[in-house]
Design a protein around this ligand. Structure first.
Ligand code: ATP
Ligand code: MG
Length: 288
């Protein structure tokens, strides 16, 4: 016990790189991890353990580690008694039904009497019961998408993000069971050890500031003085915009923090209203 907060990350997989990137953006200088099981940060009291994602909920629940980053799909499938502290906005995917192109699945009731292959038997059975559907569930540990062509199942229920794997196996997306993203979990909302809880709260504050910053951009532009009122009406600013004088008379500079996804909706209106030299800059961190 070195008094450090223990965090479990996926050792090698879809969540590894994004999880480490998030920790870097939080200012954590993490030792080069390559093939090691545990690494620490040079400037933050944390030990990072690299595990298979399936094992993370149980390790968190049993107190082997204090917190973990894992997909919601894994937590619900493992039915672990862990708490979601924060959604992390990456590793987005959906658990969906997919069927061979020739066997059309028109309405959810068409699932009745069918055989479904999945690696998510718990979530699937719960979904079937909730929707009053009766189907045979075949649990596989991987490569579910080949089950229909092998004649093992009529359809599958699997994790989909882009849908490329389905397409390659001549399967079509159908009804969605649920959406998932990576989340930070712990055994309890508040850790028993107050020192560890302080470290966790520091980390959570940093994660939240990175998340807000990433969903925002810094917008800068020059505008004619007389279009200020019009421009301010267009900008969906999170806070009151900054208005500065320029050396050139009759011109102003306007700076504002805006939600990233709004930029392309407003850029034309800004131009029509007379804005020029429009710049959109990323924000690393934003402390509210
Ligand atoms: P491990 O060896 O750690 O058990 P894995 O093969 O079970 O790895 P990955 O395929 O690396 O897991 O996926 C990890 C998580 O990434 C998934 O549980 C899910 O939450 C998320 N994810 C995002 N997109 C996809 C996708 N297209 N297919 C599968 N998982 C995805
Ligand atoms: Mg796994």
């Amino acid at each position: 016990m070195n008094g450090n907060l223990k965090l479990a990350l996926q050792k090698k997989g879809r969540l590894t790189e994004k999880s480490l990137e998030l920790l870097n953006l939080c200012g954590l200088d993490i030792e080069n991890y390559s093939e090691r099981l545990v690494v620490s940060a040079r400037n933050f009291p944390i030990d990072i353990l690299f595990l298979r994602d399936d094992d993370i909920p149980e390790y968190v629940q049993d107190g082997v580690v204090d917190i973990g980053i894992v997909g919601e799909n894994v937590i619900y499938e493992k039915q672990s008694g862990t708490e979601v502290l924060e959604k992390l906005g990456f590793g987005r995917c959906s658990l969906m039904f997919a069927y061979p192109e020739k066997n059309e699945l028109q309405k959810i009731e068409d699932i009745n009497g069918k055989t479904i292959a999945t690696t998510y038997p718990h979530i699937l059975k719960e979904y079937l019961t909730k929707n009053n559907l009766k189907a045979k569930v075949i649990e596989l540990s991987g490569s579910v998408e080949i089950a229909p062509s092998l004649g093992v199942a009529d359809l599958i229920c699997d994790i989909v993000s882009t849908g490329n794997t389905l397409m390659m196996n001549k399967l079509k997306k159908s009804f969605k069971v649920f959406d998932s993203e990576a989340v930070l979990i712990s055994a309890e909302k508040i850790l028993k050890d107050s020192k560890l809880n302080e470290i966790l709260n520091d980390l959570l504050r940093r994660i939240r500031s990175v998340k807000t910053a990433h969903s925002s951009k810094y917008l800068m532009m020059n505008i004619p003085k007389n279009s200020l009122e019009k421009i301010l009406k267009i900008i969906p600013s999170l806070k009151s915009p900054t208005v500065l004088h320029l050396a050139e008379e009759n011109m102003l500079a306007v700076h504002a923090v805006i939600p990233s996804d709004k930029f392309w909706q407003i850029v034309n209106d800004l131009k029509i209203a007379g804005a020029s030299g429009i710049l959109l800059l990323p924000i690393d961190n934003m402390i509210q």
